[in-house]
Design a protein around this ligand. Structure first.
Ligand SMILES: [Zn+2]
Length: 505
């Protein structure tokens, strides 16, 4: 998943302001950056993870192999220790052979025709992830509900027993992606209350690209069968309907839904020299969707985490605090691995000195988001000063949803999510085209240098960059950044309010 910002962005610090800030320990930073930029096995590591292991859904043999890859790569990079920590995902899900064909009556433009011509074509589509199966249905009317707004649903009239066709805009920016996620839940609710048979979302990518999308954010099976239609096919159906030709569909979504599955986060550690019980986390998720091979999302950054460990070890420097390098599982099903980790390690989170997450492919890193915290800005400015050479200059205090810092942020731990340019991330997002050849290795090596420098510096500060926030301080940050709106959009607000999510007090 990735990098979905809260509605309001605040406090963007200018590069000018950073220029005046001396780096905390520029010798250490230079050594680590130099070690990180040296040749390393990052390319072959990632090639094995993507081309050989492939897409990595928790519970599948590929994910098991990926976890073995993580353990092996961390050991080879020189970790002091490596372990896997198991957790449970409530349900397993796999797509079957999803099929949709549509038919309509054509235009009898030649009056000599005795029969009205038929329109008939097979639609390229996939099931939405963690959506329920649909037994084969025939000749189901398709009804266009525009962009799925309340007004459009009203205009569409009776949708009971029908397939609703939902339009979209082409994905170009992070904000578009945010909108794609926030638009879906009210559409599904309207479809459920109108007793629709299924929802057919038109893809936000052009050129027939299909991708794996989920609208279920906690590993639970969704309320209604849903398919994602290739944009070109979906628009064709929309034009038929708009020109007065009723459209019917045959649809079969034989998804396999199963019981709970075990998966694991893979954790390597470099032990701290002075305060080993305090720790910094550098993390990225190892799991991915399976239409492509999960190279940009997020294999490249899993390989980055391994390579950052290698670089810190190769520098010969020892951090005061421990650094935990974590490859999370279950991220795509709703940040489940990082939630499991932050919950299991809650008793020691007072000792967490910061969490750094990479999850936006290989677009240039422009800075970091501090998860609503202003108190860490001065120290963070000093930490990123040596990264100016790579174009890392901005600190934003916005709170984000959509990657593995989230539960740590709600536990009050200082978090830093790498903000990256979109580059080729969005067009390939969760798609058949997310493969090894899309990775910009020159940029990835810079990101390794940034991640290694940032995590080492954070682990090496004389005092932790900031205290663990209390529940009321976290809530204050939410109000300041208007993140409560984001929480409500994703159905997370009730969980926070009731204390099921985040810090208890
Ligand atoms: Zn991701």
């Amino acid at each position: 998943m990735r990098n979905l910002r809260s509605v309001c962005l605040c406090s963007i610090l200018s590069a000018i302001c950073l220029a005046a800030t001396p780096p905390a320990d520029s010798d250490d930073a230079a050594r680590i950056i130099q070690a990180a930029l040296q040749p390393s096995p990052i390319q072959s590591n990632l090639r094995q993870l993507t081309d050989e292991i492939g897409g990595r859904i928790p519970g599948t043999p590929a994910m098991q192999r990926a976890m073995d890859w993580g353990v092996h790569m961390f050991k080879a990079a020189g970790a002091d220790s490596v372990r896997a920590e198991l957790f449970t995902i409530p349900q397993s899900w796999a797509e079957g052979a999803t099929e949709m064909t549509v038919s309509a009556t054509g235009t009898a433009f030649d009056p000599r025709l005795t029969q009205i011509p038929k329109v008939d074509f097979r639609v390229r589509c996939v099931s939405i992830a963690w959506a329920p199966a649909l037994a084969p249905v025939r000749h189901v009317p398709v009804v266009d509900v525009g962009n799925g707004s309340v007004e459009e649903f009203k205009k569409a009239g009776d949708i009971s027993g029908k397939i609703v066709l939902v339009h979209s805009v082409v994905l170009k920016t992070w904000d578009d992606l945010f909108a794609e996620y926030t638009n879906a839940p009210p559409v599904i609710s309207a479809a459920v209350s109108g007793k629709a048979k299924a929802v057919a979302f038109i893809a936000t990518r052009e050129h027939d690209i299909l991708y794996r999308h989920t609208n279920s954010f906690a590993g639970e099976i969704d309320r209604l069968p849903q398919v994602l239609l290739a944009r070109e096919d979906g628009e064709r159906i929309g034009r038929l309907l708009a020109s007065g030709h009723p459209v019917w569909a045959d649809l079969n979504i034989p998804n396999q839904v199963g019981g709970p599955i075990k998966t694991a986060n893979v954790i390597a550690e470099i032990k701290g020299s002075e305060k080993p019980e305090e720790f910094v986390i550098l993390g990225a998720h190892l799991d991915s969707w399976e239409l492509g091979t999960g190279a940009l999302d997020n294999g490249c950054n899993a390989a980055l985490v391994v390579d950052a460990l290698r670089a810190i070890k190769a520098s010969g420097l020892k951090p005061r605090r421990s650094i935990r390098f974590i490859l999370f599982s279950g991220e795509e099903e709703g940040l489940l691995g990082s939630r499991a980790y932050s919950t299991a390690h809650r008793p020691e989170l007072d000792k967490a000195a910061g969490v750094i997450i990479y999850d936006s492919g290989t677009g240039k890193t422009t800075g970091f988001s501090t998860g609503g915290r202003k108190d860490v800005l001065d120290a963070a400015k000093s930490i990123i000063a040596p990264l100016r050479q790579f174009g890392v200059t901005e600190l934003k205090t916005d709170m984000e949803w959509g990657t593995d810092h989230f539960d740590f942020m709600l536990e009050g731990v200082p978090t830093f999510v790498a903000d990256q340019e979109e580059a080729n991330y969005l067009v390939n997002y969760h798609a058949v085209s997310d493969t090894y050849d899309k990775v910009d290795f020159a940029q990835l090596k810079k990101d390794v240098a940034e991640a290694a420098e940032f995590s080492f510096a954070l682990a090496n500060l004389p005092e932790k960059i900031g205290p663990r926030f209390t529940r009321s301080q976290i809530e204050e940050s939410m109000r300041e950044t208007h993140s409560d709106e984001m929480f409500k959009a994703f159905g997370l607000w009730d969980a926070w309010e009731s204390g099921n999510l985040g810090r208890q007090k």
